[in-house]
Write a protein that binds this ligand. Sequence first.
Ligand code: CP
Length: 311
Amino acid sequence: MSETVSGNRHLLSIRELEGPDIISLLDSARSFAEVSTRPVKKVPALRGRTIVNLFLEPSTRTRMSFELAAKRLSADVINFATSSSSLSKGESLKDTAKTIVAMGVDAVVMRHQSAGAAQMLTGWIDCSVVNAGDGMHEHPTQALLDLFTMREELGRLEGLKVAIVGDIDHSRVARSNIIALNRVGAHVLLVAPRSLLPEGIEEMGAETTGSIDEALEWCDVLYLLRIQMERVEESRFPSLREYTLQYGLTQTRWSRLKRKPLVMHPGPMNRGVEIASEVADEVESVITGQVAAGVAVRMAVLYDLLGGSHG
Ligand code: CP
C-alpha cells in the first residue's frame, strides 16, 4: 500500500506490495473467505465507513465484488453510475471526485480507461483510493485474487510455473500478475504473437514464447487472457480464427495433455477464441473460484486500508 502526505493509504499498483505483504493479504483474505460461507455474511469491521465505487469503464466482476466486499464488512456503499451523473453534463472527473468526497467518504474504488488515473485521483481528494483497473496499466486486486486462487488450488506460490497467454500488450491483468508472481517467487512465461507482446516486457521478469504447446508442457497454471477487441486493431494478427488455431486452448490441445495445468481466466471469456467452450465448461469451477476469491481479497484490501484507523 502507498501513503500520501495527508496520511491516506492507497492501493494503486501491485508494486506497492512486497512478497510478504502479498502473502499477509492472502492470509487475511482466507479468513474473510470464511465470512462468505456463513448464513449471515457480515462482520462489523468497517461499520460507519463509506466507500464509493467510481467505475468509468464497464465491469461486472470487479464492481460487484468490491460492492459485496464493502457490504460484508458493514461499510456503507455508493455506486456511481456515469450515465446518470453530472459527468454526462460535462463535469470533470476532478470536480466529480471532489463533490463525492465532500459528502464524507473514506475510500474511492476507481476504474478508468486511462493509465495513471487512480494515482491522479490521490492528488485531488482526501481519502483512500483503490485502483480497480486503469487503462492498460494495472489491476492490482485482480493479481491478488489470482494468486489467492493459485495458492488455494495448488498449495504454494513459490516456484510455481505460470504461463500467461494472449493479448499481453493491452492487459493490465498481465502486468499486475507478472509483478506479483515475481514477488512471491513464481516463474512467468508469456505466450503471444510478437505483435501482442510489448517491447521490453522480459525486463519485468518474464520469459516469452510463441508456442502455446511448449507452454502447456511446462506450466502448472495456464492463465488465458481475452483478446481485447475494444483496444486491439485486427491487423495485430491475421484473424481471430488464426489466433485460436495458434494460441487458443482448443479441445484438441486440451484432450491430448497427459498432465493438465490449472486453467484460469480473469473474465470475461471469449468462448471459441482463447478457450474452446467445452474446455471452459470443464474448468469452470476454478474460474468461478477466482470470482469468489475476488470478494474475499477485496475485503482484505479494504480492511487493510481502512480498518487500522477505525476508531
Ligand atoms: N476481471 C475483471 O476485471 O472483470 P470485470 O471487467 O468484469 O470487472
